[in-house]
Write a protein that binds this ligand. Structure first.
Ligand SMILES: NC(=O)C[C@H](N)C(=O)O
Length: 325
């Protein structure tokens, strides 16, 4: 039997009703007690490094989860992480960069309703996650609502429904049908895992709106080492911010010119508003990467280097299916 480690971090799945709304309350052992079928699938141990609503999860917590996996990597065949859904896509993307080349499944899951509710999706998601974790090699992924989504491709697209997550610009890796895994994307294989222990958190995401005052653009850019701009369509910068953008780049910061459109990604070469920036040192575009992946990949890359050529190389090296362009 495979040996799987359950890492509980909080979220709705582990929440109880309080007088002031839902808050994490169930322990990892209490979660497992509500899905006794798991013990028929694998040998399982549980740890609980955190117990947070995922609104409160931060990059330090991603590093902590990665550390728990690194410490236990040799002793287990796979990992199931219970996590709130609100920032689950960020955690899955971050873990994809922090733990690369893993052949052991690192599965993130959660629920839209607490595990003690009769109408909960938590039990099904947990059972699916353990079934997937026992089914063979895999990288970091999300198992939710029967879908298996690459850790770099997920977006929470529904706030209430059980099928809360979508895979953006990439097919689901697999599906679970009656706990049977139907794989669509064969796993590429892996060697020795590579763990990273640092992230540069001076990364920010600025969503453009028509008429945003240029000084807001400048002050935002001035505060970070890496600025991701959610622009429009296939990407471009309004004329009104060109000199502000130059100052930000001249200060040695990395700028990623992304798009607010969720599907199909950026292509700066199409319009003059983007083309004029395409070859500018320090300026990158995410192509078909998700914003969650672009944010966490930039944190990972800028923690390793600030040299523009090397940041570019790291950012454009595909990891866990994040980039196809
Ligand atoms: N469904 C959920 O898990 C939402 C919750 N607020 C969380 O992200 O922790």
């Amino acid at each position: 039997m495979k040996k799987i480690l359950l890492i509980a971090t909080g979220g709705t799945i582990a929440s109880r009703k309080t007088g002031t709304g839902l808050a994490p309350g169930f322990s990892a052992e209490e979660l497992l007690a509500r899905v006794p079928e798991v013990r028929g699938l694998c040998r399982v141990e549980a740890v609980q490094p955190l117990n947070l609503d995922s609104t409160n999860i931060s990059p330090g917590d991603w590093l902590l989860i990665a550390e728990v996996i690194e410490e236990n990597y040799g002793r287990f065949d796979g990992f199931v992480i219970c996590h709130g859904t609100d920032t689950l896509a960020y955690t899955a993307a971050a873990l994809s960069y922090l733990i690369q080349n893993t052949g052991k499944p690192i599965v993130l899951t959660g629920a839209q309703r607490p595990i003690d509710r009769e109408d909960t999706d938590a039990r099904q998601n947990l059972l699916d996650s353990f079934s997937y974790a026992c089914s063979g090699d895999s990288g970091v992924c999300i198992v939710f609502g029967g879908h298996v989504i690459a850790g770099t491709r997920a977006r929470k697209t529904r706030t209430k429904s059980y099928n809360a997550f979508s895979s953006l610009n990439f097919p689901d890796i697999a599906e679970l049908r009656d706990r049977r895994v139907v794989r669509f994307i064969p796993y590429k294989g892996a060697g020795e895992p590579v763990f990273t222990h640092k992230l540069n958190t001076r990364v920010a995401l600025l969503k453009l709106i028509p008429g945003l005052p240029p000084e807001m653009f400048t002050s935002f850019g001035g505060l970070c080492d890496g600025l991701i701009i959610e622009s429009y369509g296939v990407g471009g910068i309004p004329d009104a911010y060109l000199s502000e953008l130059e100052s930000i780049l001249n200060a040695g910061k990395t700028v990623v010119l992304a798009t607010q459109v969720p599907q199909e990604g950026s292509d700066l070469s199409v319009y003059q508003v983007g083309h004029r920036l395409k070859e500018r040192e320090g300026l990158l575009e995410p192509y078909d990467m998700t914003l969650e992946a672009a944010v966490t990949k930039l944190m990972w890359a800028l923690a390793r280097t600030r040299e523009p050529g090397e940041v570019r190389r790291l950012f454009y090296t595909p990891v866990n299916y994040d980039l196809l362009f």
